[in-house]
Design a binder for this molecule. Structure first.
Ligand code: CP3
Length: 358
């Protein structure tokens, strides 16, 4: 694992909740920020490069994936790159028939809805990660001191696509399976945890400095279901990478009721969506947990003074946590104006570090 290169990274310092001996947060050189979905459709240079190549083929072309990962770093001067890939890549690498249909999302040829379907799932070979390892290696070389964040989909979110076969609003398929056929659910979620955990591990071993587990749809679960049917599988995914010394971020949307359970699954940093204020998240998680978030993507289209005021509030609200990395409360919308994103980064970098009160 490469750690020396990014030892001075303000982002990694915040993820580690760096505190001096007096227990006050160490002042960052600059306040770190990156954006979920910073690589992608909001950028004209991305749309040009992707022309004629399908989403998953682009992810598996190391040169293209690496170039797309670099684009937002050059343009916005963000403090981290997020590896350009997708949560369904491990499925494709295992040989499952999956496509990303434009303006729809992941679609599977054969949804997995029965015990027989789970037992027929292929074994994912470690050699299959070669295009990922190569793309990460190329990217880390170009990034220099800027850290690369790897990621994977959490077992519930991945299994939700596998059961439904396509995006859904309420995730009834997987939520029903948990209760109607718990053994099949646990077998499916275990399979998903294994491929997601190994996908993250491949990225970290190839040079990524941190990893984020996306449980985008976990907000459709109540606490009881999350605790009984999901948490252990997210913990299993994270356990593949917990010994590597890299900070691990856990993010979902609508997860205000389960933030503590998501941390207990084994994450160092909790990503907060736009629904929960960061100071409230600190009340729920305690001041030791570094946070990431949570500029509301809807405000990217508001008048600048409105957006600026919101960004300043997010900074203030995050100051009670052991560490804070600015991000959006969900991904960059495809319609976002990239110039606004650059201006948000400049604003965040210009706000003076608050002097810690004794
Ligand atoms: O900049 C980045 O964040 C890096 C790359 C990244 C992508 N997907 C690229 C992508 C990451 C981290 C993801 C994760 C991902 N993929 C999640 C978790 C994050 C989240 O948004 O909640 C989920 C749920 C997926 C599954 C998925 N892939 C969806 C729902 C979609 C959108 C479909 C659509 O067209 O509206 C995708 C496609 C996708 N993944 C795109 C990108 C850039 C757009 C495809 C394109 O450009 O043609």
């Amino acid at each position: 694992l490469v750690t020396g290169r990014t030892a001075e990274s303000p982002l990694l310092n915040q993820y580690r909740g760096s505190r001096d001996s007096a227990g006050t947060p160490a002042a960052p050189h600059r306040r770190p920020v990156w954006f979920m979905r910073q690589a992608g459709r909001s950028l004209p240079e991305y749309r040009r490069l992707r022309e004629g190549t399908s989403m998953l083929d682009a992810c598996l072309d190391p040169e293209m994936a690496s170039e797309i990962t670099m684009q937002p770093v050059r343009r916005h001067d963000v403090d981290a790159a997020i590896f350009f890939s997708d949560i369904v890549i491990p499925l494709r690498l295992a040989g499952i028939d999956v496509e990303i249909v434009p303006n729809v999302g992941p679609v599977l040829g054969t949804p997995v809805r029965s015990r027989v379907g789970v037992e027929a799932l292929p074994v994912l070979d470690d050699d299959a990660f070669a295009p990922i390892t190569e793309a990460v290696g190329r990217t880390v070389e170009q990034l220099g001191a800027t850290p690369l964040i790897g990621f994977a989909g959490a077992p519930f979110t991945l299994a939700a696509y596998m059961v439904e076969g396509r995006p859904s609003r309420d995730h009834l398929g997987p939520r029903t399976m948990m209760h109607a056929d718990p053994d099949t659910w646990h077998a499916l979620a275990s399979w998903a945890a294994d491929v997601s955990g190994r996908f993250m591990r491949a990225q970290l071993e190839a040079g990524a400095s941190a990893a984020q587990l996306f449980d985008s749809w976990a907000g459709s679960l109540g606490r009881t279901d999350y605790a009984a049917h999901v948490q252990e599988h997210s913990a299993a995914a994270l356990s593949h990478v917990s010994g590597l010394g890299a900070p691990l971020v856990h993010f979902g949307t609508g997860t205000g009721e389960i933030l503590d359970l998501m941390r207990e699954a084994g994450a160092d940093v909790i990503g907060i969506d736009y629904r929960v204020q960061l100071d409230e998240a600190t009340r729920r998680l305690g001041p030791q947990t570094p946070l990431q978030g949570n500029i509301d993507p809807a405000l990217l289209d508001a008048d600048w003074p409105v957006l600026e005021e919101h960004v300043r509030q997010v900074i203030t609200s995050g100051s009670e946590a052991a560490g804070h990395v600015l991000n959006l409360g969900h991904g960059v919308p495809p319609t976002a104006n990239p110039e606004v994103l650059t201006r948000v980064v400049e604003l965040i970098h210009s706000v003076e570090p608050s002097t810690p009160s004794a």
